[in-house]
Structures are given as structure tokens and as C-alpha cells.
Design a protein. Structure first.
Length: 274
């Protein structure tokens, strides 16, 4: 039953994201969506920085693309709570259905993750030949980075979902602030080691930061900046896995508490049209 509900929620996720236009046009949208991040990196690190063949350019380019997939996943999965409650008004029926609500959210997250991954893959088809990028690609490490990275991203999605379950008003501005804030500390554009004091430590062990760095490592076979440079690979792998598992566990606990509280307070069918 859980697997059937998971597959159904993945299908729903893809349909909700893409049913506003024809499939071919949506594929074009997936291709063009990450271009703004790519252009920013090209301007800052390519034209104004050390050039298109520098380690800093590769660091920022693949960091921003990885962040695009992971952030798109957990922010959109979290927003599903508001979408289902306010827009479609089906949240109550989903929660009382036979499919456990976390399984439903997992399916929505997997669907969005898959769509974002397709968009990034389409861009990589021209990025590698245009910038003539030399890699030491490891498929095993890449699969691990994507899989464990999704685990950490889903944990953050559950954390944000917990907030939205207990929030009566639709505060989309919070997502915008968090998107920019997490982008700053995720190590997407620059090494977390350049941040001051305790912020550097937080950013270095933030689950998204370690997932993005593992993706870079799987592509280039090493670290491109001082971030984790000199750290034994076994230690880096341990930090990467543990930080993302902790993200999932914290998200699960907070979500269970928030869901129970939301049901008791009658928040699962509140609509405000805010």
C-alpha cells in the first residue's frame, strides 16, 4: 500500500508541476530555468574572475547547479502543504487517506527532484563541451551524492513543512528569504571557509553544503577549494552521510510533532485565501 501511494504521489507531483502547458514546452522550461544561475556564475567567475577554466569557476558552476536541484526539491515539497490546503483544499483528505502523509510528501519530493534533475542534465549536455571541462567522474560517488543529498533535502522539506502545517497564513516571503539565506551558507557559490566565525562552522557541516561538495568530488575527483581540502576522504564521507541523516531525523521528529498538533488544532482544513 505504501509503495502504491508513493508511486501515485510521484505521478501527482509531476502532473501538478507540468500540467500548465504542453509537455514539450515544459521540457523547454526545465532547460531554461537553471540558466539564470549559470549566467551569474559566468559573469562573476568567468568574465570578472579567474576565467572559465579556473577551479573557482567549476566550484561555483557545479555548486549552483547542485543547489538548484536540492533547494528546488525541499522548498517545493514544503510548499505542497500550503498548495494542498489553500489552493486545492485536499490536505485533510490526503492526511486521513490510507497513504501515510510522509509517504505522500516523499513522492511529491521525488517527483520534483526528478524534474529538476532533468533540467540540469539538459544543461550539462552543452556545458561540458562549451567550457571544455576535464573531469574524473565517478558514477558510484555521484549516485551516492545524489541519493544522500536527497535524504538531507527531504529532511529540510519536512522541517519547513512542519512550520507550514502550523502556520495559518501563506507566508511565501519566508521561502524567498530562506532560499537566499541557505544559498549563502550552502557552499554553492563560494567556499564556506570564507565566512566569519561560527557561521563558517555551521556552513561547513550544513547537510546541503556537504552534499554539494560530494557532487563536485564525484565529478572532479577532488576538492576545488580549501573546503574539506586536506581532510581524509573517509572522514569527509562520514561527515557527509551523518549530516544528511541528522537532517532527515530532525525533520521526521519535528514533522510528527507538527502534524499531531495541526490535527488537534484543526489546521489541516483551514483556508484563508491569504
Amino acid at each position: 500500500m505504501a509503495m502504491k501511494g508513493l508511486i501515485a504521489s510521484i505521478y501527482i507531483s509531476i502532473q501538478v508541476e507540468s500540467n500548465w502547458t504542453k509537455k514539450f514546452l515544459y521540457l523547454l522550461y526545465l532547460f531554461f530555468a537553471p540558466l539564470s544561475s549559470i549566467l551569474i556564475v559566468c559573469i562573476i567567475y568567468g568574465f570578472l574572475g579567474q576565467g572559465f577554466n579556473s577551479p573557482s569557476f567549476y566550484f561555483a558552476l557545479f555548486g549552483s547547479l547542485s543547489y538548484f536541484i536540492l533547494a528546488d526539491t525541499f522548498f517545493n515539497t514544503a510548499y505542497t502543504v500550503i498548495d494542498d490546503r489553500e489552493h486545492y483544499r485536499v490536505l485533510k483528505y490526503i492526511i486521513v487517506s490510507k497513504t501515510y502523509y510522509i509517504v505522500y510528501l516523499l513522492g511529491r519530493g521525488i517527483g520534483k527532484f526528478a524534474l529538476s534533475f532533468v533540467g540540469i542534465t539538459l544543461n550539462l549536455l552543452w556545458i561540458f563541451p562549451v567550457f571544455n571541462i576535464d573531469t574524473h567522474f565517478s558514477l558510484i560517488l555521484f549516485v551516492i551524492s545524489i541519493g544522500v543529498g536527497f535524504v538531507g533535502a527531504f529532511g529540510l522539506a519536512l522541517l519547513f513543512s512542519s512550520y507550514y502545517l502550523l502556520a495559518i497564513r501563506e507566508e511565501t516571503s519566508l521561502l524567498d528569504v530562506l532560499f537566499g539565506g541557505l544559498y549563502l551558507i550552502s557552499g554553492a557559490m563560494f567556499s564556506p571557509t570564507v565566512l566569519p566565525g561560527i557561521l563558517s562552522k555551521i556552513a561547513s557541516y550544513f547537510p546541503i553544503s556537504t552534499a554539494i561538495e560530494m557532487t563536485r568530488f564525484s565529478i572532479f575527483g577532488g576538492h576545488l577549494t580549501p573546503y574539506f581540502q586536506g581532510t581524509p576522504f573517509s572522514q569527509f564521507m562520514f561527515i557527509f552521510i551523518v549530516s544528511n541523516i541528522i537532517s532527515l531525523l530532525v525533520g521526521l521528529v519535528m514533522f510528527e510533532i507538527a502534524l499531531s498538533s495541526a490535527i488537534k488544532k484543526g489546521y489541516i482544513d483551514v483556508t484563508t485565501a491569504f
